[in-house]
Write a protein that binds this ligand. Sequence first.
Ligand code: F6R
Length: 614
Amino acid sequence: MCGIVGYVGGRDACPILLKGLHRLEYRGYDSAGVALVGADGALNVYKCKGKVTDLEHFLEGKDLCGSIGIAHTRWATHGVPNDVNAHPHYSESESIALIHNGIIENYRVLKDALIENGYTFRSSTDSEVLVNLIEYVRRTNDCSLLEAVQQALKQVVGAYAIAIIEKSNPDEIIAARQSSPMVVGLGKDEYFLSSDAASIIEYTEDFVYVNDGEIAVINRHKPLKVVTLDNHESHVDIKKLQLSISQLEKGGYPHFMLKEIYEQPGTLIDCIRGRINADTYEVKLSGVIDNRSKFVDARRIIFVACGTSWHASLIGEHLIESICRIPVEVEYASEFRYRNPIIRKDDIVIAVSQSGETADTLAAVELARKAGAFVFGICNVVGSSIARATDSGAYIHVGPEIGVASTKAFTGQVTVMAMLALAVGREKGTVSEDYYREVSKALLELPATLTEVLEVGGQVKDLAKIFTYAHNFIYLGRGYNYPTALEGALKLKEISYIHAEGYPAAEMKHGPIALIDAEMPTVAIATPDHTYEKTASNIEEIKARGGKIIAVTARGDEHVRKSADYCIEVPVITECLMPIVVSIPLQLLAYYIAVYKGRNVDQPRNLAKSVTVE
Ligand code: F6R
């Protein structure tokens, strides 16, 4: 989704802004632009359709002077991706420039009112409406830019993170936030602004997260000031954030996605670190310890999430129901929030989100909190909106995920859910000592297991070449691995653009089997579990109808090998953690098929890494 960068200080702003935009590229976008106030007082806006490199070419030979500026990558919502709709947007008099993430829902009403007052518009965006509204308020009320922003935003319905600079005030950026991320980085006599702290981490470790309804007044000569729309001053809470730049780079891999797949043994070490005692196998999650009675007395747990995080939640449902004997529901956050759901005070709502910024999941969190439920977050990005909006939580600590297709976050989420289930199950007395030890020991061994699993990389690459022809795929799994099948199908479709569907294997006979022919490959997960024999029969049924089968099996499985065309063998660990093992070859299969098809793996078409609009 859209990305924001801003700078004010003693250095040339443009290189910092462009570098920041490059770091935000992973979020997905279709145009980019920059606005600078030069030493001569000119407010220059440069923008174009395409990538940040296109913008860089466009900037050649232009006046790029200025130590204050704002920059943007746009993911189109209102109006097609083109040069005019790209941000920044000038106000009509070209005295103000604005960048905006989010959606102004009542932009039509505001636009009509501005047109009646003589305004004309260059673009089809809702964002241009906002910059003109700010200019209109400033002009008619003869007020400061801050007051104009405050008054204008009171008229706005929707979500936004905005940054504004003005020709007549070359020392100040005004930035505001409502339901869209925004963070200010503090340097020595300089400030950085971004929608993602990672994009400016090379300049500072000190960050101030702007909250909903707040406006940051970022003046190069003054301490940072944060005020509300009603001009009440907020406490400026500086947080430390440490990230290494190497985590934001490809490190010799051709794509971030491949790097992130191969990182998983290491990311799970980070995820588990300090949470399982290697001698006693004791699992300790501070979010559970601090809220013991909430978990022990919970009548129900409701997971809210989207996409891959929703798939991980389906595995969480199995884990918690079987280990803690607490009824669990798994909801698409986007449906939950509009469904008038029944939420009770003794329910626990667990919001699962890699980015911690997904608009629907954030809204579901707010709904659950209003209804009085205890809300727990499972997030990756430290300090993200969902992490801050929840009552408690557990980070997955897998490091920045840059590839649009989620990989290491999925395995981190399932790992945290397994630890959570063990911790709660122990407190409730619903898990036997033997099973507790079996699962926590397997969790400790997971990094080594995944290193072994990754050895299938070469074989999966060869298989991918064979199947590049396919236009459709079916993924089958049961029990803990039904969500893994859904996740495998999602990975394939989002980066290769091949249509793929996941089904519980036993559902095939209820319809989907009609699709089977030689052109429809099936990826069947048939690792040992209590439905293994039944899945093996389903595979035979597909074979009998001429379908091609890639099976993911246990090492040395001879039974399924007889009917499958190809077998990817993986090591076997305790059943409830097998989704983590099985997801690895499925990630690799999707990756290599997409590469053979020449797709942009890290930035697939139409997709955004963090979905901050509905
Ligand atoms: C798929 C993918 C998406 C995200 C979804 C939720 O690979 O990445 O389906 O899982 O947009 O994102 P988060 O977890 O950031 O809330």
